[in-house]
Write a protein that binds this ligand. Structure first.
Ligand code: GLU
Length: 268
């Protein structure tokens, strides 16, 4: 199978050095393996995504010398497909309705992080959140549930343990379908063979490997890389106001300077 990677940013802020590292790592891995690299815009959360951030993603990546084929898949153009996947899970009895408000759900998660409480009764939230039932998934997959695994190029063979994330929300009224489901549907339909992304998404992989098994998709190979830290040793994050690539560009840094900065990141 050919080597196919992707960079899948969410346009919720300007890209920072960590994104530059992820994007270039995936792009260069594809090139080194005679494969292909694609860009996907993960903009299902319309409450946080903004067109100016999407435009900036194209501009920043081009500036970094990254090339990708057109058309770019924008998740907001494919919401019906994610709903279809959610319906499939509902039909198989793999999700259940959680009628608590977001606030109630957050409070319950704090007091019982492992979730598992399925006795939800309708409250002031008319539309439920749809949660993946690990119990139902275990029943559905049988022995295969305990054999769930994936390969991480840096860490080697890994056991997938979806309990790390509990019964995650896969759909809710305000944003339709959640990240985990959309990303799994798109990685499969775009035939992604290798996922290079930061260790901040390592735990997400446990849930995504389970979803791949439930939906009959192949699990790609993963390569979770270490995260770039700022001068104070903190993780870079859009929400923490980390310096963006365009801030560096406006300060006069060249692409070569950026490459030197991201070269400090260890492989793992
Ligand atoms: N859209 C996700 C983000 O920007 C990344 C998804 C992924 O690489 O799997 O955090």
């Amino acid at each position: 199978m050919s080597y196919r990677t992707r960079f899948a940013p969410s346009p919720t802020g300007f890209l920072h050095l960590g994104h530059a590292f992820s994007a270039r790592t995936a792009f260069e891995a594809a090139k080194a393996n005679g494969g292909s690299f694609i860009l996907r815009i993960e903009d299902i959360d319309h409450t946080r995504c903004r067109p100016e951030f999407e435009a900036a993603i194209y501009e920043d990546l081009s500036w970094l010398g990254i090339e990708w084929p057109q058309p770019v898949l924008r998740q907001s153009d494919h919401l019906a497909d994610y709903q279809t996947a959610l319906e499939q899970l509902k039909t198989s009895g793999l999700v259940y309705a959680d009628y608590r408000t977001r606030k109630q759900q957050a409070e319950a998660a704090l007091s019982a992080p492992q979730a598992g409480d399925t006795a939800f009764t309708p409250s002031d939230s008319a539309e439920p959140a749809w949660r993946l039932s690990l119990e139902a998934a275990r029943e559905f997959l049988g022995a295969a549930y305990d054999a769930l695994s994936f390969t991480d190029l840096h860490k080697g063979p890994q056991k997938a343990d979806p309990a790390v994330n509990g019964d995650v929300v896969l759909g809710r009224k305000d944003v339709g379908v959640a990240y985990h489901l959309a990303v799994v549907v798109d990685d499969a339909r775009q035939n992604i063979t290798h996922i290079h992304r930061g260790l901040d998404l390592y735990d997400a992989t446990h849930t995504q490997v389970l979803l791949q098994a439930l939906l009959g998709f192949t699990t790609p190979t993963y390569a979770h890389h270490a995260l770039l830290l700022d001068d104070q040793g903190r993780r870079l994050a859009k929400r923490k106001g980390s310096k963006s690539l365009r801030d560096y560009r406006h300060e006069g840094l060249s692409v070569t300077d950026i490459k030197a900065l991201i070269a400090r990141t260890p492989a793992e």
